[in-house]
Design a protein around this ligand. Sequence first.
Ligand code: 13P
Ligand code: ZN
Length: 270
Amino acid sequence: MNIADKNQELIIELEQIAEVAGFLWQRNWAEANGGNISVNLTEKYRTETFTGFESVFTINISEDISSIDGNIFFVTGAGKRMRDIARSPLNNGLLIRVSNEKQQVEIIDGKALTPTSELPSHLIIQNFLKRNGINNGVVLHTHPTELIAFSHCDIFLDSSHLTHTLWSMIPEARVLVPKGIGIVPYALTGTDILAQATLKELEKHDVLIWEKHGVLSVGKDIMECFDIIDVLSKAAQIYLFSRSLGCEPKGLSKEQLKELAAAFKLPDTT
Ligand code: 13P
Ligand code: ZN
């Protein structure tokens, strides 16, 4: 059955997911099946449309995720391309319900797909968001070329240095990313180790770089999650273009950053 037919709010949410998936592809951040998305749809899903689970999928994570027990999510399918998700999110993603006790996700609508290989990170982060009062959490993971390039240079593997470098490239970076950028040391894709290290960084930041892999942002709105990565990617490009012009970019001064923080009532960490 087509679940979306009976869930107007769900349709709107799926349209937004599709739009952002298209942006990721257009930005050249989503080669092949690069990137994945999860969105907590518990408040948007009308349970009267439920007709039974298609199947179950076992999860293997060390963290307790009881805050999202029984919650319903859209997750992209393993191996699915963003450009296909943009055309048809429900044919390239799944609606799932989490069962913490059974350590499994129950597939509501899956078209025989498997959830993203990064499901451990998505579920642990979604649990963290819910615990912190965000009912409609979004986790967006993508592969922005410019930002991954920074993570190959030792000097930028320092969160404070990377944050200040990118903040100083354009005022919007300071304003839209007030908590700065976290760095997660390289860990094998799809593992609980990567998920745990990510969770630690999310105590301090809403966006972080997975070293030599990609970027992950969290929030309550998928467009905002996209904007955060977009502005950081722009800042990274400005830095790289200035370098290719043969100069070390001057960047906004400490005073200019302080002035911005005061004007936008941001935490003054300059
Ligand atoms: P999936 O296709 O399993 O979502 O993997 C893509 C990816 O980017 C892994 O980090
Ligand atoms: Zn990835």
